[in-house]
Design a binder for this molecule. Structure first.
Ligand code: MG
Length: 387
């Protein structure tokens, strides 16, 4: 058919594969719990987030809750009704400060699982002792659980009420406080408990960094804790709620507060990670549909490749039949090509081979599929090296 000798003296036509094409032939295929293949080029890219210029600065997707401007005060409200409180929290010099009797403040917006950055400072003059020095607190989900704010710098108190404790549940792993009056930072990753029909599916977790030091590391919430009491492990938490800052009678200052909602866990409707069989199969069907829809914009062998690819996620007899028919047409077209046209088929033929080898390896086509042998023969005749 084609003249091999003549072919050898023609300099090899180097056509660069885009990295995406090269990556499209991925690792282990989707399965009952994983809707994506390993290294799957069809998987959406992670969203781009511009980090802050300096550590602690809000990234581009953060919800800024307090940035020192008067406008950002509007992101908070007092929980105690106006006629029941004599004073408001103070706003001065770009800082919010708790005031005895003003009560707790809460965000206008509600959050569920989130990353929270917050900076706080106890009074420079360290009055009081134990729990009575620089006490405030960061609460999640309308007060269900508290990360303690306390000036226990050289001021011992009960450990599960120290700064950065999950109050009443777990002491911080270290006391990394700066001296009284200095600014301290918390970076908190909060995951709410998920309880369904009395079954604790996830106990919820808190990770806390105090001044960059890990002091809680995926600490289970154990129902959320509280003053002098344990909570039932199957206590039901809302999906979302306000973040709160406590007035515990001490003038504690706050600044630079921002939050980022976290991607949902697979238990919570997320489609990353190990899924239930039902969720994985539903997602696989959706991915296959999207690939087949993309295939409609293609023709010939490119369409065949995309349709074959869709079968890895979800079988579809019509898509398979069309892919097979386009594949046969492509091989027929090659067989009829003239010697000087052959070279143009090289890269696509090798791509097709990689796809079919992948499908064979993972049992999406039989190992006796006629195209496998046909392409093998073509590659040998043309001296096309498979990768
Ligand atoms: Mg407190």
């Amino acid at each position: 058919m084609n003249n091999l000798k003549q072919y050898l003296i023609v300099p090899a036509l180097i056509v660069g594969f885009s990295s995406l094409q090269a990556e499209r032939f991925f690792g282990d295929p989707p399965d009952a719990h994983n809707p994506w293949a390993v290294h799957d080029a069809n998987r959406p890219q992670p969203p781009i987030v511009e980090p802050g210029a300096n550590y602690g600065d809000p990234p581009s997707d953060a919800v800024v809750l307090f940035d020192g401007t008067a406008a950002s005060i509007g992101n908070w409200h007092h929980l105690r009704p106006d006629d029941k409180r004599k004073q408001d929290w103070l706003f001065k010099d770009g800082v919010m400060q708790s005031v005895r009797g003003a009560g707790t403040i809460a965000t206008e917006q509600e959050f569920g699982d989130c990353q929270l950055h917050i900076e706080w400072a106890a009074p420079v003059e360290a009055n009081g002792s134990g729990q009575g020095r620089g006490n405030s607190g960061v609460f999640f989900l309308d007060g269900m659980v508290e990360v303690q704010v306390l000036d226990n710098y050289r001021n011992p108190t009960y450990p599960d009420g120290s700064a950065g404790s999950v109050y009443g549940v777990m002491p911080p792993a270290a006391n990394a406080l700066r001296p009284s009056g200095e600014w301290q930072s918390y970076d908190i990753i909060f995951r709410r408990p998920i309880v369904r029909d009395g079954q604790v599916l996830d106990s919820g977790r808190l990770t806390v960094l105090l001044n960059g030091v890990v002091i809680q590391d995926s600490t289970p919430l154990e129902g959320g804790g509280g003053y002098k009491q344990r909570q039932p492990l199957d206590r039901v938490f809302p999906e979302k709620g306000g973040l709160r800052l406590q007035d515990h009678g001490d003038p504690v200052r706050f600044r630079n507060i921002w939050v980022r909602p976290l991607r949902p866990r697979s238990l919570d409707g997320g489609t990353d990670g190990r899924l239930s069989i039902a969720a994985s199969m539903a997602k696989r069907t959706e991915i296959a549909k999207s690939i087949r829809s993309d295939a409609q914009s293609l023709t010939g062998v490119d369409k065949a490749l995309r349709l074959f690819e869709s079968l890895v996620y979800h079988e579809n007899a019509q898509a398979r039949a069309e892919a097979e028919q386009l594949l046969r047409a492509y091989l027929d077209k090659f067989a009829a090509a003239s010697v000087d046209q052959v070279d143009a088929y090289r890269n696509k033929m090798l791509e097709l081979d990689r796809m079919l080898q992948y499908l064979k390896k993972h049992y999406f086509i039989g190992d006796k599929h006629e195209a496998l042998a046909a392409i093998d023969r073509i590659c040998k005749e043309q001296d096309w090296k498979k990768r």
